[in-house]
Design a protein around this ligand. Structure first.
Ligand SMILES: [Ca+2]
Ligand SMILES: [Ca+2]
Length: 359
Protein backbone atom coordinates (compact mmCIF):
# COMPACT_ATOMS: atom_id res chain seq x y z
CA UNK A 1 0.00 0.00 0.00
CA UNK A 2 2.92 2.32 0.54
CA UNK A 3 4.95 3.62 -2.33
CA UNK A 4 8.50 4.47 -1.45
CA UNK A 5 10.77 6.62 -3.55
CA UNK A 6 14.25 6.21 -2.21
CA UNK A 7 16.28 9.39 -2.59
CA UNK A 8 19.84 8.65 -1.61
CA UNK A 9 19.63 8.43 2.17
CA UNK A 10 16.32 10.23 2.57
CA UNK A 11 12.97 8.69 1.80
CA UNK A 12 9.83 10.33 0.54
CA UNK A 13 6.79 8.18 1.19
CA UNK A 14 3.20 8.71 0.23
CA UNK A 15 0.05 6.73 0.62
CA UNK A 16 -1.10 5.29 -2.68
CA UNK A 17 -4.53 6.94 -2.58
CA UNK A 18 -2.81 10.27 -1.97
CA UNK A 19 -0.58 9.63 -4.94
CA UNK A 20 -3.62 9.35 -7.20
CA UNK A 21 -4.06 13.08 -6.66
CA UNK A 22 -0.47 13.54 -7.83
CA UNK A 23 -0.87 11.30 -10.87
CA UNK A 24 -0.89 14.12 -13.43
CA UNK A 25 2.27 15.58 -11.85
CA UNK A 26 3.82 12.11 -11.69
CA UNK A 27 3.11 11.39 -15.32
CA UNK A 28 4.44 14.75 -16.56
CA UNK A 29 7.47 14.34 -14.27
CA UNK A 30 8.08 10.93 -15.88
CA UNK A 31 7.88 12.48 -19.34
CA UNK A 32 10.29 15.30 -18.38
CA UNK A 33 12.67 12.57 -17.22
CA UNK A 34 12.06 10.64 -20.46
CA UNK A 35 11.53 7.70 -18.13
CA UNK A 36 10.58 5.14 -20.76
CA UNK A 37 13.32 5.86 -23.31
CA UNK A 38 15.87 3.18 -24.18
CA UNK A 39 18.71 4.03 -26.58
CA UNK A 40 19.91 2.23 -29.66
CA UNK A 41 23.70 2.16 -29.54
CA UNK A 42 25.80 4.31 -31.87
CA UNK A 43 29.42 3.29 -31.58
CA UNK A 44 32.58 5.16 -32.49
CA UNK A 45 35.51 2.99 -33.54
CA UNK A 46 38.47 4.81 -32.00
CA UNK A 47 37.67 5.51 -28.37
CA UNK A 48 39.37 4.76 -25.07
CA UNK A 49 38.49 5.51 -21.47
CA UNK A 50 40.77 8.13 -19.92
CA UNK A 51 43.05 6.77 -17.24
CA UNK A 52 42.75 8.49 -13.86
CA UNK A 53 39.22 9.82 -14.33
CA UNK A 54 36.91 7.57 -12.35
CA UNK A 55 34.59 9.92 -10.44
CA UNK A 56 33.13 12.21 -13.06
CA UNK A 57 34.08 14.71 -15.72
CA UNK A 58 30.90 16.80 -15.63
CA UNK A 59 32.18 19.63 -17.78
CA UNK A 60 34.99 20.06 -20.28
CA UNK A 61 36.26 23.27 -21.87
CA UNK A 62 38.94 23.20 -24.57
CA UNK A 63 41.15 26.21 -25.33
CA UNK A 64 41.82 27.10 -28.99
CA UNK A 65 45.35 25.64 -28.53
CA UNK A 66 44.00 22.18 -27.61
CA UNK A 67 44.39 22.27 -23.83
CA UNK A 68 41.29 20.72 -22.27
CA UNK A 69 40.10 21.48 -18.73
CA UNK A 70 37.98 18.78 -17.11
CA UNK A 71 35.98 19.22 -13.88
CA UNK A 72 35.77 16.03 -11.83
CA UNK A 73 34.23 14.72 -8.64
CA UNK A 74 30.86 16.50 -8.58
CA UNK A 75 28.62 15.73 -5.62
CA UNK A 76 25.09 16.79 -6.54
CA UNK A 77 21.94 16.18 -4.47
CA UNK A 78 20.25 12.92 -5.42
CA UNK A 79 22.93 11.93 -7.96
CA UNK A 80 25.33 9.03 -7.61
CA UNK A 81 28.93 9.63 -6.54
CA UNK A 82 31.60 6.91 -6.51
CA UNK A 83 33.73 8.90 -4.04
CA UNK A 84 31.38 10.97 -1.86
CA UNK A 85 34.09 11.99 0.61
CA UNK A 86 36.83 12.87 -1.89
CA UNK A 87 37.20 16.54 -2.92
CA UNK A 88 36.78 17.41 -6.57
CA UNK A 89 39.61 18.10 -9.00
CA UNK A 90 40.37 19.89 -12.24
CA UNK A 91 42.27 17.85 -14.83
CA UNK A 92 44.15 19.10 -17.87
CA UNK A 93 44.69 17.21 -21.12
CA UNK A 94 46.84 18.36 -24.03
CA UNK A 95 44.96 17.16 -27.11
CA UNK A 96 47.94 17.92 -29.35
CA UNK A 97 49.78 14.92 -27.92
CA UNK A 98 49.56 11.55 -29.67
CA UNK A 99 48.53 9.80 -26.51
CA UNK A 100 47.24 12.52 -24.17
CA UNK A 101 47.00 11.90 -20.43
CA UNK A 102 44.80 13.63 -17.88
CA UNK A 103 46.94 15.52 -15.36
CA UNK A 104 45.47 16.92 -12.16
CA UNK A 105 46.06 20.65 -11.86
CA UNK A 106 47.53 21.88 -8.62
CA UNK A 107 45.45 24.59 -6.93
CA UNK A 108 47.17 27.45 -5.10
CA UNK A 109 47.17 27.70 -1.33
CA UNK A 110 44.51 29.76 0.40
CA UNK A 111 41.65 27.98 -1.35
CA UNK A 112 39.56 25.46 0.61
CA UNK A 113 40.32 22.30 -1.33
CA UNK A 114 38.55 20.00 1.13
CA UNK A 115 35.13 21.38 0.16
CA UNK A 116 35.92 21.76 -3.57
CA UNK A 117 32.93 20.41 -5.50
CA UNK A 118 33.38 21.56 -9.11
CA UNK A 119 30.50 21.57 -11.58
CA UNK A 120 30.25 23.65 -14.82
CA UNK A 121 33.35 25.44 -16.12
CA UNK A 122 34.25 28.07 -18.70
CA UNK A 123 37.50 29.60 -19.90
CA UNK A 124 38.30 33.17 -20.92
CA UNK A 125 41.43 34.35 -22.70
CA UNK A 126 42.23 37.99 -21.96
CA UNK A 127 43.91 40.45 -24.36
CA UNK A 128 47.24 39.80 -22.65
CA UNK A 129 46.75 36.02 -23.23
CA UNK A 130 46.06 35.33 -19.55
CA UNK A 131 43.78 32.30 -19.32
CA UNK A 132 41.03 32.53 -16.70
CA UNK A 133 39.06 29.50 -15.59
CA UNK A 134 35.61 29.98 -14.06
CA UNK A 135 34.44 27.02 -12.00
CA UNK A 136 30.97 26.54 -10.50
CA UNK A 137 31.57 25.20 -7.01
CA UNK A 138 29.21 23.72 -4.41
CA UNK A 139 31.03 23.85 -1.08
CA UNK A 140 28.71 22.69 1.71
CA UNK A 141 25.72 22.48 -0.71
CA UNK A 142 26.03 26.18 -1.59
CA UNK A 143 26.73 27.75 -5.00
CA UNK A 144 29.75 29.89 -5.72
CA UNK A 145 31.74 30.69 -8.84
CA UNK A 146 35.49 30.39 -8.38
CA UNK A 147 37.79 32.43 -10.57
CA UNK A 148 41.25 30.98 -11.27
CA UNK A 149 44.21 32.04 -13.36
CA UNK A 150 45.78 29.15 -15.28
CA UNK A 151 49.58 28.93 -15.06
CA UNK A 152 50.64 26.58 -17.83
CA UNK A 153 54.31 26.42 -16.85
CA UNK A 154 53.62 24.54 -13.65
CA UNK A 155 50.22 22.99 -14.35
CA UNK A 156 48.53 25.04 -11.68
CA UNK A 157 45.52 27.20 -10.99
CA UNK A 158 45.92 30.35 -8.93
CA UNK A 159 42.73 31.16 -7.06
CA UNK A 160 41.77 34.81 -7.58
CA UNK A 161 38.34 35.12 -6.00
CA UNK A 162 35.15 33.46 -4.86
CA UNK A 163 31.99 34.99 -6.29
CA UNK A 164 28.78 34.70 -4.28
CA UNK A 165 25.52 36.50 -4.95
CA UNK A 166 21.86 36.24 -3.93
CA UNK A 167 20.96 35.65 -7.59
CA UNK A 168 23.50 32.80 -7.89
CA UNK A 169 21.49 30.27 -5.92
CA UNK A 170 21.74 26.91 -7.65
CA UNK A 171 24.32 27.38 -10.36
CA UNK A 172 24.93 24.65 -12.91
CA UNK A 173 27.12 26.18 -15.61
CA UNK A 174 28.68 29.47 -16.62
CA UNK A 175 29.98 31.03 -19.81
CA UNK A 176 32.65 33.67 -19.37
CA UNK A 177 32.11 37.09 -20.95
CA UNK A 178 35.22 38.80 -19.62
CA UNK A 179 37.94 38.34 -17.00
CA UNK A 180 35.38 38.78 -14.22
CA UNK A 181 31.96 38.58 -15.86
CA UNK A 182 29.77 35.71 -17.03
CA UNK A 183 26.30 34.33 -17.65
CA UNK A 184 25.23 31.58 -15.24
CA UNK A 185 22.36 29.10 -15.28
CA UNK A 186 20.47 28.34 -12.06
CA UNK A 187 19.15 24.82 -12.58
CA UNK A 188 16.61 25.21 -9.75
CA UNK A 189 14.92 28.10 -7.96
CA UNK A 190 15.42 26.36 -4.63
CA UNK A 191 18.73 25.21 -3.21
CA UNK A 192 17.33 22.94 -0.49
CA UNK A 193 17.35 19.31 -1.63
CA UNK A 194 13.73 18.43 -0.82
CA UNK A 195 12.39 21.67 -2.31
CA UNK A 196 14.54 21.05 -5.43
CA UNK A 197 12.93 17.64 -5.73
CA UNK A 198 9.44 19.13 -5.32
CA UNK A 199 10.24 21.83 -7.88
CA UNK A 200 11.15 19.14 -10.41
CA UNK A 201 8.26 16.87 -9.46
CA UNK A 202 5.67 19.63 -9.79
CA UNK A 203 7.20 20.92 -13.03
CA UNK A 204 7.73 24.49 -11.86
CA UNK A 205 9.42 26.70 -14.45
CA UNK A 206 11.30 28.88 -11.98
CA UNK A 207 14.84 28.26 -13.21
CA UNK A 208 16.69 31.16 -14.82
CA UNK A 209 19.85 32.66 -16.32
CA UNK A 210 21.76 35.47 -14.61
CA UNK A 211 24.36 37.92 -15.88
CA UNK A 212 27.11 38.68 -13.39
CA UNK A 213 29.76 41.39 -13.41
CA UNK A 214 31.28 43.24 -10.43
CA UNK A 215 29.17 46.27 -11.42
CA UNK A 216 25.87 44.66 -12.30
CA UNK A 217 24.04 41.43 -11.59
CA UNK A 218 20.64 40.71 -13.15
CA UNK A 219 18.31 38.00 -14.37
CA UNK A 220 18.42 37.88 -18.17
CA UNK A 221 16.20 34.89 -18.96
CA UNK A 222 13.60 32.94 -16.99
CA UNK A 223 10.83 30.36 -17.27
CA UNK A 224 13.01 27.26 -17.61
CA UNK A 225 12.20 23.88 -16.08
CA UNK A 226 15.92 23.52 -15.44
CA UNK A 227 18.49 25.64 -17.27
CA UNK A 228 21.72 23.65 -17.46
CA UNK A 229 24.49 24.02 -20.06
CA UNK A 230 25.24 27.47 -21.46
CA UNK A 231 27.61 28.58 -24.20
CA UNK A 232 28.19 31.20 -26.89
CA UNK A 233 28.36 31.22 -30.68
CA UNK A 234 31.80 31.77 -32.28
CA UNK A 235 30.75 35.27 -33.46
CA UNK A 236 29.73 35.98 -29.82
CA UNK A 237 26.27 37.20 -30.92
CA UNK A 238 24.17 34.33 -29.57
CA UNK A 239 23.93 32.52 -26.26
CA UNK A 240 22.80 28.89 -26.24
CA UNK A 241 20.99 27.54 -23.18
CA UNK A 242 20.05 23.90 -22.56
CA UNK A 243 16.84 23.20 -20.61
CA UNK A 244 17.59 19.69 -19.40
CA UNK A 245 14.03 18.88 -18.29
CA UNK A 246 12.35 20.44 -21.33
CA UNK A 247 14.70 18.58 -23.71
CA UNK A 248 15.58 21.63 -25.76
CA UNK A 249 18.17 24.24 -26.65
CA UNK A 250 17.31 27.94 -26.59
CA UNK A 251 19.03 30.36 -28.91
CA UNK A 252 19.14 33.84 -27.38
CA UNK A 253 20.47 37.03 -28.94
CA UNK A 254 22.92 38.90 -26.75
CA UNK A 255 22.65 42.68 -26.57
CA UNK A 256 25.09 45.46 -25.67
CA UNK A 257 23.58 45.82 -22.17
CA UNK A 258 23.95 42.01 -21.68
CA UNK A 259 20.20 41.39 -21.87
CA UNK A 260 19.08 38.37 -23.90
CA UNK A 261 16.13 38.01 -26.26
CA UNK A 262 14.69 34.72 -27.48
CA UNK A 263 15.41 33.81 -31.12
CA UNK A 264 14.32 30.18 -31.36
CA UNK A 265 14.06 26.89 -29.51
CA UNK A 266 15.22 23.55 -30.87
CA UNK A 267 13.26 20.61 -29.47
CA UNK A 268 15.07 17.31 -28.88
CA UNK A 269 14.12 13.94 -27.36
CA UNK A 270 16.76 13.71 -24.66
CA UNK A 271 17.85 15.50 -21.47
CA UNK A 272 20.39 18.03 -22.73
CA UNK A 273 23.21 18.79 -20.29
CA UNK A 274 26.31 20.82 -21.23
CA UNK A 275 26.78 22.55 -24.57
CA UNK A 276 30.11 22.90 -26.38
CA UNK A 277 30.63 24.95 -29.51
CA UNK A 278 33.09 24.05 -32.26
CA UNK A 279 34.90 27.37 -32.79
CA UNK A 280 35.51 26.61 -36.49
CA UNK A 281 32.11 25.30 -37.66
CA UNK A 282 29.82 26.72 -34.98
CA UNK A 283 28.35 23.21 -34.46
CA UNK A 284 26.93 22.57 -30.99
CA UNK A 285 28.02 19.33 -29.31
CA UNK A 286 25.85 18.15 -26.43
CA UNK A 287 26.32 15.55 -23.72
CA UNK A 288 22.83 14.15 -23.09
CA UNK A 289 20.96 11.84 -20.73
CA UNK A 290 18.57 9.72 -22.81
CA UNK A 291 16.64 8.66 -19.69
CA UNK A 292 16.76 10.91 -16.62
CA UNK A 293 15.03 8.38 -14.39
CA UNK A 294 18.07 6.08 -14.68
CA UNK A 295 20.33 9.01 -13.82
CA UNK A 296 18.41 10.14 -10.73
CA UNK A 297 17.60 6.64 -9.42
CA UNK A 298 20.93 4.89 -9.90
CA UNK A 299 20.63 1.14 -10.27
CA UNK A 300 23.75 -0.90 -11.13
CA UNK A 301 21.43 -3.38 -12.87
CA UNK A 302 19.90 -0.66 -15.05
CA UNK A 303 22.64 1.85 -15.76
CA UNK A 304 22.19 5.43 -16.98
CA UNK A 305 23.06 5.66 -20.65
CA UNK A 306 25.13 8.15 -22.63
CA UNK A 307 24.32 10.06 -25.79
CA UNK A 308 26.15 12.72 -27.78
CA UNK A 309 24.32 14.95 -30.25
CA UNK A 310 25.80 17.35 -32.78
CA UNK A 311 23.66 20.23 -34.04
CA UNK A 312 24.66 21.87 -37.28
CA UNK A 313 23.30 25.21 -38.52
CA UNK A 314 21.12 25.87 -35.51
CA UNK A 315 20.16 29.31 -36.82
CA UNK A 316 18.94 27.97 -40.17
CA UNK A 317 15.39 26.85 -41.00
CA UNK A 318 16.43 23.22 -40.75
CA UNK A 319 19.19 22.49 -38.29
CA UNK A 320 20.72 19.03 -38.65
CA UNK A 321 20.80 16.91 -35.50
CA UNK A 322 23.12 13.88 -35.56
CA UNK A 323 23.45 11.21 -32.87
CA UNK A 324 27.21 10.85 -32.91
CA UNK A 325 27.55 8.41 -30.01
CA UNK A 326 25.28 6.42 -27.77
CA UNK A 327 25.91 3.73 -25.20
CA UNK A 328 23.63 1.89 -22.76
CA UNK A 329 25.96 2.58 -19.84
CA UNK A 330 28.11 -0.53 -20.25
CA UNK A 331 31.03 1.71 -21.33
CA UNK A 332 30.05 5.22 -20.25
CA UNK A 333 27.37 6.22 -17.75
CA UNK A 334 25.56 9.56 -17.66
CA UNK A 335 27.29 11.64 -20.34
CA UNK A 336 27.05 15.34 -19.55
CA UNK A 337 29.40 16.97 -22.07
CA UNK A 338 31.01 16.41 -25.47
CA UNK A 339 33.76 18.70 -26.67
CA UNK A 340 35.76 18.67 -29.90
CA UNK A 341 39.26 19.67 -31.01
CA UNK A 342 40.69 18.87 -34.45
CA UNK A 343 38.93 15.53 -34.96
CA UNK A 344 39.31 14.49 -31.33
CA UNK A 345 36.26 14.18 -29.12
CA UNK A 346 36.15 14.17 -25.33
CA UNK A 347 32.97 12.86 -23.70
CA UNK A 348 32.54 13.60 -19.99
CA UNK A 349 30.08 12.25 -17.44
CA UNK A 350 28.38 13.49 -14.27
CA UNK A 351 29.95 10.91 -11.91
CA UNK A 352 31.56 8.17 -14.05
CA UNK A 353 34.53 8.07 -16.40
CA UNK A 354 35.49 10.02 -19.55
CA UNK A 355 36.03 8.90 -23.12
CA UNK A 356 38.64 10.08 -25.63
CA UNK A 357 37.81 9.39 -29.28
CA UNK A 358 39.39 9.99 -32.67
CA UNK A 359 36.64 10.83 -35.14
CA1 LIG B 1 30.51 24.94 -19.39
CA1 LIG C 1 25.59 20.61 -16.46
Amino acid sequence: MWQTIKLKTRKVTCFQTGCVLFNPALSSCRSRLNASREVAPVSLPNCRLIKGIETGSEDIDILPNGLAFISSGLKYPGIKSFAPDKPGEIFLMDLNEDNPRAVELRISRGFDLASFNPHGISTYIDRDDTVYLFVVNHPHQKSTVELFKFVEDDNSLVHLKTIRHDLLTSVNDVVAMGPDSFYATNDHYFSDFLLMFLEMFLGLTWSNVVYYSPKEVKEVASGFYSANGINISPDRKYIYIADVLDHNVYVMEKHANWSLTHVKTLQLDTLVDNLSVDPHTGDIWIGCHPNGMKLFYYDPENLPASEVLRIQNILSEQPVVTRVYSDNGSVLQGSSVASIYQGKLLIGTVFHRALYCHL
